[in-house]
Design a protein around this ligand. Structure first.
Ligand SMILES: NC(=O)c1ccc[n+]([C@@H]2O[C@H](COP(=O)([O-])OP(=O)(O)OC[C@H]3O[C@@H](n4cnc5c(N)ncnc54)[C@H](O)[C@@H]3O)[C@@H](O)[C@H]2O)c1
Length: 337
């Protein structure tokens, strides 16, 4: 019996693969490597001390899925594969709806064909949109503000309907807040393709001297230092959230926030990256970006109550592991590797 991880060569999938392998699970990584590199498989192996099975394939192609389900005795699926850049989704909504929805539809059909009825789905805090009050709990109404968030909300609706129609399904949607950091061994970490859109990789580039300054969008919010507040969560805590969800025997459709329940401002994050790296990060105040909420942080108490999961890493650990990984990558780039 094995756990299939779609998008397992990506940032979150690779760290979850490492954790599952560390815990002696058989793991199949299925990825088409459009947003990751095959090198990530070697990194998973180095971090976990053993290798996953690897299948190069497209999750929205029925034949590719058929091949995987025929070859392995799949027990459960963790579905990370998807497109995730909110900004890109505004420019290319059709791409986001086609990729994210079609992939999930194909996956659900094949799971039904093979009577595999345990699914953990990568959802996102993006399903909430901009919320009036903090913290954001699972009962906060869904109100996405971009096609990416809509695609996640639509998929959640499909999953809920499917679980409603057939009580044999065990479906968990995990709504991630802001995953950062790397495996503590620094064998595996985040490798954003092209110019990063998320704050942490941008800060790391600045600390590594790969960019001159960081733009801070909005310094006049009603927060303690005027900058936006987000809930950063260590990627290994997030991986553990999947282990907890996989262990749950609950039938039906369940949603959980994966966050720390702590808000951190942009300037606090900059200060912490400066501290762990010993590097100065220059930043420039810019106007607020439309659609950016002043604050967004999770009430993660349901996951603690029902899954027995709680994030345990500190902001310092998140930044330290992220920085150590960045240093390693930076050195390799300089050596031309
Ligand atoms: N990283 C975050 O900040 C964040 C936050 C909330 C939710 N999520 C969700 O978590 C999931 C994983 O995010 P990530 O940060 O690891 O992204 P990522 O881009 O690093 O990984 C996604 C992986 O899916 C693969 N993939 C894409 N389309 C595929 C297809 N058709 N068939 C097979 N593989 C395909 C890519 O090659 C990549 O390896 C996504 O669904 C994303 O929406 C991520």
């Amino acid at each position: 019996m094995a756990i299939l991880i779609t998008g397992g060569a990506g940032y979150l999938g690779s760290h979850t693969a490492v954790r599952l392998l560390e815990k002696e699970n058989d793991v199949i990584v299925m990825d088409n490597f459009t947003r990751s590199s095959a090198e990530q498989i070697n990194r998973i192996t180095a971090a976990a001390g053993r290798a996953p099975e690897v299948e190069d394939g497209d999750v929205k192609t029925k034949e590719d899925l058929e091949r995987v389900f025929q070859k392995y005795n799949v027990e459960a699926v963790i579905h990370f594969a998807g497109l995730k850049a909110a900004g890109e989704s505004v420019e290319k909504p059709l791409l986001y709806y086609r990729e994210n929805l079609q992939m999930t539809l194909c996956l659900l059909e094949i799971m039904e064909d093979y009577q595999v009825k345990k699914l953990i789905f990568s959802s996102s805090a993006a399903v909430y949109g901009n919320c009036e009050s903090m913290p954001v709990s699972e009962s906060t109404p869904k109100n996405p503000i971009n096609p990416y968030g809509h695609s996640k909300a639509m998929i959640e609706q499909m999953l809920e309907d499917i679980a409603q129609a057939d009580p044999a399904w065990q479906i968990t949607a995990l709504r991630y807040f802001n995953p950062v950091g790397a495996h503590p061994s620094i064998a595996v970490g985040e490798n954003p393709a092209g110019t990063p859109a998320n704050l942490m990789p941008i800060l790391l580039e600045a600390a590594a001297g790969e960019r001159d300054a960081v733009d801070v969008y909005g310094t006049d919010y009603d927060t303690k230092d005027g900058t936006g507040i987000r809930d950063y969560i260590h990627v290994m805590d997030l991986a553990d959230g999947h282990i907890a969800a996989a262990a749950s025997q609950k039938h039906g459709f369940h949603v959980y926030n994966l966050g720390t329940g702590r808000g951190t401002t942009v300037l606090e994050l900059i200060n912490m990256v400066e501290r762990v790296s010993g590097k100065h990060i220059a930043w420039e105040a810019k106007a607020r970006r439309p659609g950016d909420p002043a604050e967004n942080w999770a009430d993660a108490s349901r996951a603690e109550r029902e899954l027995g999961w709680k994030a345990s890493c500190t902001l310092e650990e998140m930044c330290l592991h992220a920085w150590k990984w960045k240093e390693e990558m930076h050195k390799n780039t300089q050596k031309g590797e």
